[in-house]
Design a protein around this ligand. Structure first.
Ligand code: FEO
Length: 120
């Protein structure tokens, strides 16, 4: 399933998962991708995207484990696959990589994260 990618690339209420800490972290990842798109030649911005995303995944996975969320193993694998791909990205980022990251985050929040709403 594909979801509409916002333009400008900024978090909005349609991405709310109802856990304030997670929503804040998602906003921060949106911001990182926005910044990478604006300045694709910057290697530090790619590193920041990786770090902010990894920290978010750690927090989110911790909440899932604590809540005995049933899909945690599959969800972790999806996170790890994304991080592995981000790790391979090098500046200057090409347009296809930026578009892929934008689409991935939108699809992940709405298609995967939304499944834990009300369960954590
Ligand atoms: Fe919010 Fe599963 O990442």
């Amino acid at each position: 399933m594909s979801f509409e990618v916002p333009e400008p690339y900024v978090w909005d209420e349609s991405f709310r998962v109802m856990y304030d800490n997670i929503d804040s972290e998602h906003k921060a990842i949106f911001e990182c991708i926005f910044n990478c798109a604006k300045d694709p030649k910057s290697a530090p911005l790619i590193t920041k995207l990786y770090d902010v995303t990894a920290d978010h995944f750690t927090d989110e996975e911790g909440m899932m484990v604590k809540a005995n969320y049933e899909d945690v193993t599959n969800h972790k694998k999806i996170h790890n696959d994304f991080l592995a791909k981000i790790k391979t990205l090098k500046a200057p980022l090409d347009a296809a990589s930026v578009a892929w990251a934008k689409q991935w985050l939108v699809g992940h929040i709405k298609g995967i994260d939304f499944k834990y709403k009300g369960k954590l």
